[in-house]
Design a protein around this ligand. Structure first.
Ligand code: NIG
Ligand code: FE
Length: 415
């Protein structure tokens, strides 16, 4: 039995195992122990406590001295589109020159640009590029990630994307959840035939996805010009018949009705939330649905940030995720996301860390295996560089303070 002992940890953070996502004031509580040890046995957390309570008799196969360093739970990124064929920096430059999102979309850019490229890419090419992205994310401290389809938009290409995600799931040490987002946009040939595309999703895509167990969740981009709340409900209910729980793109550009639809369907999460009203915030606070904020997407598109303070103060259960994708958030760096959430949305460091760990785990139904430091959970955590305090993490934005990452008992950068 491989036993790893990490000693003299300046602060061991995130010692909780809540039975429900944290909400309101609970988000600012991040239990920690100063001068701590952490014991890992067979890839799981076996115990922890203050150094003075460490039994002299513990026999570890490896010991590490973490003096000056913090340990915190590894990041749980509950919303990404990290399988894609190519980056889109040419559109980025067009936008800098003044073209709007709508103008770029009208020129065949945006999601349709990614779809054309993905349709032309082989499964192996997609797997390899996504694998490299996953490796990079793990070096930055992410141990669990949700990945969506939605750049296929044909039966064949959506299934290809989901098969790539399945292979990533099987081969990666990260915990991965797959989401079917066939309803990302209407492909050009169905622009005037929404019912036709929705029929394709329900009758051609979903049955194969269910048969091959290619997805855990169903998602719809509920937005003006994309899918209406009624269409969103129809597609989600069809997915739910096959056991897929809804996670919905809601209220990115408008008060789209996506939040209300998500709550009505008891969605695991409603994601984006740049555009919220007092009413949608109170409804979300009174529901079991997690509000997942994607501030790097707001940043990249120069949109107003999500009203994190109002949502937390109203009692919402909030999570933070990167939305990693080539169009609106070409970065999967959770450390930057944490800094941005504190700087731009006035989240406290503890709130941001809880939202990006334990609540992110809940937003992927992975709360039993990761998201916090608790006995029996996977040994998934970040070892920081020597730092003076927890608040230093978001404060020193842009610095890479991650010294090493343990995922399921293995150090990413060797030790
Ligand atoms: O989550 N909002 C919809 N979908 C993606 C962006 C899609 C793209 O531009 O490729 C998002 O931001
Ligand atoms: Fe997204």
């Amino acid at each position: 039995m491989a036993t790893i002992l990490v000693k003299n940890i300046k602060k061991l953070v995130g010692l909780a195992n809540p039975s429900a996502p944290l909400r309101g004031k609970e988000l600012s509580r991040l239990p920690a122990i100063d001068n701590a040890y952490l014991l890992i046995e067979d890839a799981e957390i076996a115990g922890y406590g203050p150094m003075e309570e460490l039994h002299a008799g513990i026999k570890a196969s490896t010991e590490l001295d973490a003096s000056g360093r913090f340990i915190l739970p590894a990041w749980c990124d509950s919303h990404t589109h990290l399988v894609f064929a190519a980056s889109r920096e040419e559109e980025f430059v067009d936008k800098l020159k003044g073209l709007s999102y709508a103008e770029i979309a009208a020129r065949g850019g945006g999601i349709l640009n990614s779809a054309r490229k993905l349709q032309a890419a082989s499964e192996d090419e997609l797997f390899l590029s996504a694998w490299k992205r996953l490796e990079e994310l793990s070096r930055w401290g992410t141990a669990a990630v949700e990945i969506k389809s939605g750049y296929g938009l044909t039966v064949e290409a959506e299934l290809k994307m989901l098969r790539v995600i399945k292979k990533l799931k099987e081969r990666s040490s990260l915990s991965i959840k797959a989401t079917f987002l066939g309803a990302h946009t209407f492909p050009p040939e169905y622009k005037e035939d929404h019912e036709g595309y929705i029929r394709l999703i329900i009758h051609e895509m979903l049955p194969v996805i269910a048969k091959e167990k290619l997805a855990d969740y169903v998602d719809v981009f509920c937005e003006k010009g994309f899918f209406s709340p009624e269409e969103t409900e129809t597609i989600c209910r069809a997915g739910m018949q096959y056991g897929l729980k809804p996670k919905i793109h809601a209220n990115q550009l408008n008060l789209s009705g996506g939040v209300e639809t998500g709550i009505k369907l008891n969605a695991v999460s409603v994601d984006h939330l740049e555009t919220m009203s007092d009413d949608t915030i109170s409804m979300l606070a009174a529901s079991n649905t997690i509000g997942t904020m994607l501030p790097t997407a707001a940043f990249f598109l120069r949109m107003p940030f999500q009203p994190a303070r109002q949502m937390i103060d109203a009692g919402c259960a909030v999570a933070l995720a990167t939305d990693f994708n080539p169009g609106s958030s070409p970065s999967g760096n959770m450390n930057l996301l944490i800094a941005m959430s504190c700087i731009q949305m006035k989240m406290l460091p503890e709130e941001a860390i809880n939202a990006a760990t334990v609540n992110g785990a809940f937003a992927m139904d992975l709360q039993h295996e990761t998201g916090s430091i608790a006995a029996g959970k996977k040994a998934n955590f970040i070892l920081t560089q020597p730092i003076p305090s927890l608040a230093y993490i978001p404060y020193a934005f842009g610095n890479n303070l991650v010294e090493n990452v343990m995922i399921k008992g293995e150090w990413i950068s060797g030790k």
